[in-house]
Design a protein around this ligand. Structure first.
Ligand code: GDP
Length: 484
């Protein structure tokens, strides 16, 4: 049995445990964004900046010299892949200077930060455990599916595919759709063909020219390790004339797989991973949408709103019964700001704020604090002004990646060039209406189109971290309060 002494010991231990957890907090930081938004580069740069103790003036704990050290540590979740930090850093910083492989699925990395608190009664060192969880933003688009039947989803998806520029890319899939009889016997070959054409349609929308971004199912775009599994082998059927579902029919098969997708894939992601996040950064490649024009901007806005609806915490929302998101802080970040001159950074922020407006209002309502930033996790360019006639044009200088082209010129990946990047409009509304602003294209200089030039990562100076834009501001917002 327990002696009084044992009991006292247990009480003391649990008190110590309580004290330890309140002084040594853990934060789970979600990093998300649609494909190519810049998640992998962001996490790699952030971890490098912390582990190497780089210069981050706005990130106060580091600027004030209160961080004794940050290091990687084994992650708590044994079944989640580890974020491949060392490989990504070697890609960027190695002689090849290449961008790392992008996010394909969920991964995780644990960082421990030992710091000196500046609170009045804090004695000794404290430790912040930061769990970074990287996952595709496409997966968040699936939340509404949980509340939808197969018939509802089919009808919505087909209706959307008949509008605007989607109609132009949906041809091959529509043609097959017209041939599919829901009442016909189930048929694996047909199901696979329909799923393949439907997936090709979804992917075509993500093409640079359209830059459409809204449609679920998210795993059709980024399947993670589920590629080819039956739960991903379904597609909408035109049920407008369909009767009751007969067992053994194509309709029954598609519906069964849709339900499996919801229950075996979507729901576990939300309950096991999403619901446990404390803070979240949503990376947005707003520049690509701006380049593609007003429809892409609208589409991105819709995608942001649907991504963000996942963060909406309300006692009455139907999914609060399934999981209870507890996100306290959300940062929207427009990435790749190094493609613009600094005079446009605040404008990019204003545009993103405008795009995310609806979503931000709702998140604020739920008690999470929200901010917006334009950043470059890794700054691949520097600024200069180039004289043209009497004018001094604000330019950026960088090394285009090998094979990038502009007009007839193909770059070799070694020579630097100066680019006039175009300015964003002062009034953020211009990018939505298309009035007076149509992407960055009508801002090109001398007819030479430098818009889509991708630059190589910069050369890393010995003992330094990668140059960045406002990465420190992002860090201060996301974890600064935990290091106070
Ligand atoms: P993910 O799909 O969200 O993981 O996107 P990545 O992090 O792989 O980024 C996609 C691409 O965007 C990279 O290969 C780079 O070409 C570009 N990129 C991302 N971040 C930056 C940045 O800070 N500056 C520049 N110039 N390019 C970036």
């Amino acid at each position: 049995w327990m002696s009084v002494f044992d009991e006292a010991l247990i009480a003391a231990k649990s008190l110590a445990g309580f004290a330890a957890s309140s002084f040594n907090p853990t934060v789970r930081l979600g990093v998300t964004g649609l494909s190519r938004a810049g998640k992998t580069v962001f996490i790699t740069a952030l971890v490098q900046a912390l582990v190497e103790g780089g210069r981050l003036p706005v990130f106060r704990a580091q600027a004030e010299g209160r961080i004794a050290g940050s290091s990687l540590s084994p992650q708590p979740d044994d079944t989640v892949p580890r974020f491949d930090y060392e490989v990504h850093l070697a890609d960027l910083a190695g002689p090849a200077r290449r961008w790392p492989d992008s996010t394909r699925q969920i991964s995780e990395l644990r960082l421990v930060i030992d710091f000196q608190s500046n609170r009045r009664f804090a004695a000794g060192m404290s430790r912040l455990t930061l769990d970074i969880v990287d996952y595709p933003g496409e997966w968040l688009l699936d939340l509404p599916l949980l509340n939808m039947s197969y018939a509802e989803w089919s009808a919505q998806t087909i209706a959307a595919s008949r509008e605007g520029s989607r109609l132009a890319i949906a041809g091959p899939w529509h043609e097959m759709l017209a041939r599919l009889d829901p009442a016909a016997p189930e048929n694996e070959a047909l199901a696979r063909e329909a799923a393949a054409l439907f997936t090709a349609y979804l992917k075509a929308g993500r093409d640079e020219r359209f830059a459409l971004s809204t449609l679920p199912p998210g795993r059709f775009l980024l399947p993670g390790d589920l590629e080819g599994s039956p739960a991903l082998t379904f597609a909408p059927l035109d049920l407008s004339k369909a009767g009751d579902i007969r067992s053994g029919s194509l309709h029954a098969m598609m519906e069964r797989r849709f339900e499996a997708y919801k229950h075996k894939i979507v729901r576990p992601f939300f309950t096991h991973h999403f619901a446990r996040l404390d803070r979240q950064i949503v990376l947005v490649d707003a520049l690509s949408a701006l380049n593609a024009g007003p429809q892409a901007v609208h589409d991105l806005e819709t995608a942001l709103t649907s991504v963000l609806s996942a963060f909406r915490v309300g006692a009455n929302s139907w999914w609060s019964a399934i999981f209870r998101p507890r996100i306290q802080k959300i940062l929207f970040a427009a990435t790749k700001a190094d493609h613009l001159h600094h005079t446009s950074h605040d404008r990019l922020e204003a545009i993103l704020r405008k795009m995310a407006d609806g979503a931000i209002g709702r998140a604020a309502f739920s008690g999470a604090s929200v901010d917006v930033v334009a950043l470059a996790s890794i700054r691949a360019t520097r600024e200069a002004s180039v004289k043209q006639g009497r004018e001094n044009l604000p330019c950026i200088i960088g090394t285009p990646m090998a094979g990038e082209r502009s007009g007839d010129e193909v770059f070799d990946g070694e020579a630097e060039i100066a680019v006039f990047p175009g300015e964003l409009p002062e009034d953020p509304n211009a990018v939505f209406s298309g009035s007076g602003f149509n992407g960055l294209e009508n801002l090109r200089e001398g007819g030479v189109d430098y818009r889509f030039i991708r630059f190589r990562p910069p050369r890393l100076e010995d003992g330094q971290i990668f140059p960045h834009i406002r990465l420190d501001r992002a860090l201060e917002f996301l974890i600064g309060d935990k290091l106070a």
